[in-house]
Design a protein around this ligand. Structure first.
Ligand code: SF4
Length: 406
């Protein structure tokens, strides 16, 4: 069906059993004049969804507990990250920090080390800060009030709803990527789900669907159905327990809802990183707050403009000196690493270099005056295992294990 057909169907959700292009609408699942599913639809939906979930729910480590802290950690880790990736991280993290108090007492360095590789490190820093607030202001108990929870760093409406409903069975709705897609299809909502109108409709629907009891189980079932059956590509409609209630399926609109997002164009970036060696130790720096990879350690790294070997050498020398106050003698090219960060496609050329001296201003100040918020350390390759590194920093650390000693 063309987009025009979707819009026409949506403008008259409660009145037209046939879309204006002649497509037949499901005989069940008509919406009330407010645009929400009616009471009979909601009852049928809950029953079908919950019985499917009872038979199909995956056994995930955070589902074995109703401890708000464990559920909160899992929800933060699951933001922008696949379940299969999160499981081993979650298990290691809660083994190291089994309670809010344990996390609150931890050094950010150790928190980031356990988060290393999961990406979006701001999540870890905010989780750590919020644990400090819960320990200091709420006696180590996760608050039960949505407004209080949402004042904690890194917790928005979705995370608050998920933790409060799953841990305490409070009737808080949720809406994240999977449930947004699922509800949009159930309602045949073809508009922009991120718009104010789309958010209003979907949050209101999520709240209207909640049962009186066991809201957490219901919310988990919604997310599970969205993730495992009502997938972004190729939704498994034939296996879907609520297919009889779905307006998108009835109208063949599954592939058109949600409408495709326009992706920002990717940008190619060329950078250099330098393994600077000094009597068997390597030069590392820690990024300050507000910078990419804040709190993580890395080798001196910067954009590289030159293409000729002599000019590259000069650029490495100048940049390492500006960034760290260390004067180097550039050495051989070691490896090229290609990786992506958000919309950037980065080509990272890794070089070896020898320490020559520390420049006078840095030696006097004890830190580089040009970048005083950058912390610098000389570390043995074996020590790098204890330090939280950027993803490419870790790859280079492995390289450093081979080339860094001596
Ligand atoms: Fe999603 Fe298809 Fe189920 Fe509708 S019938 S909710 S489109 S999987």
């Amino acid at each position: 069906m063309k987009r025009k057909g979707v819009r026409n169907l949506l403008r008259s959700p409660s009145s037209s059993p046939v879309a204006q292009d002649g497509t037949k609408v499901a005989t069940k699942g008509f919406l009330t004049p407010s645009g929400l599913p009616d009471a009979a639809w909601r009852r049928s939906f809950r029953r079908r969804l919950l019985s499917w979930y009872a038979a199909s729910a995956r056994d995930l480590p955070w589902r074995r507990s109703s401890d708000a802290y464990l559920i909160w950690v899992s929800e933060i880790m699951l933001q922008q990250t696949q379940v299969a990736t999160v499981v081993p991280y979650f298990e290691r993290f809660v083994r190291a920090f089994p309670t809010v108090e344990a996390l609150a007492r931890a050094d950010e360095h150790d928190v980031l080390r356990l988060w290393e590789g999961l990406g979006y490190y701001r999540r870890a820093r905010q989780l750590h800060q919020a644990a400090g607030i819960i320990a200091a202001e709420h006696g180590g108990r996760f608050p039960r009030d949505a407004a209080t929870v949402r004042r904690l760093p890194g917790i928005g409406r979705y995370t608050a709803g998920a933790v409060l409903s799953i841990a305490f069975d409070l009737p808080e709705p949720i809406l994240e990527a999977n449930t947004t897609r699922l509800l949009s299809r159930l309602l045949a909502y073809g508009g922009d789900a991120a718009s104010a109108a789309g958010q209003r409709l979907l949050w209101t629907t999520a709240a209207a669907l909640l049962p009186d009891r066991r809201a957490g189980r219901f919310n988990q079932a919604l997310m599970e159905l969205g993730s495992e059956v009502c997938r972004a590509r190729l939704p498994q409609c034939d296996a879907c327990p609520v297919r009889m209630l779905c307006r998108a399926r009835a109208n063949g609109l599954q592939a058109e809802i949600p409408p495709p997002k326009r992706k920002p164009p990717t940008e190619s970036v060329h950078e250099a990183a330098v393994l600077v060696r000094r009597r068997g130790r390597l030069l590392l720096l820690r990024y300050p707050p507000g910078r990419r990879w804040a709190g993580l350690w890395d080798f001196p790294r910067f954009p590289l403009r030159a293409t000729e070997p002599a000019a590259i050498g000069r650029e490495l020398e100048e940049n390492v000196r500006t960034l760290t106050g260390v004067i180097i003698r550039p050495g051989e090219h070691l490896r090229t690493i290609k990786h992506g960060v958000t919309r950037f496609r980065i080509t990272l050329d890794c070089y070896r270099a020898e320490y020559v001296a520390t420049d006078g201003a840095t030696a006097r100040a004890g830190k580089p005056p040009v970048a005083p918020d950058v912390e610098i350390r000389w570390l043995r390759p074996a020590e790098l295992d204890r330090y939280p590194l950027s993803t490419t920093g870790r790859k280079m650390a492995r390289l450093a294990g081979v080339v860094g000693s001596g």
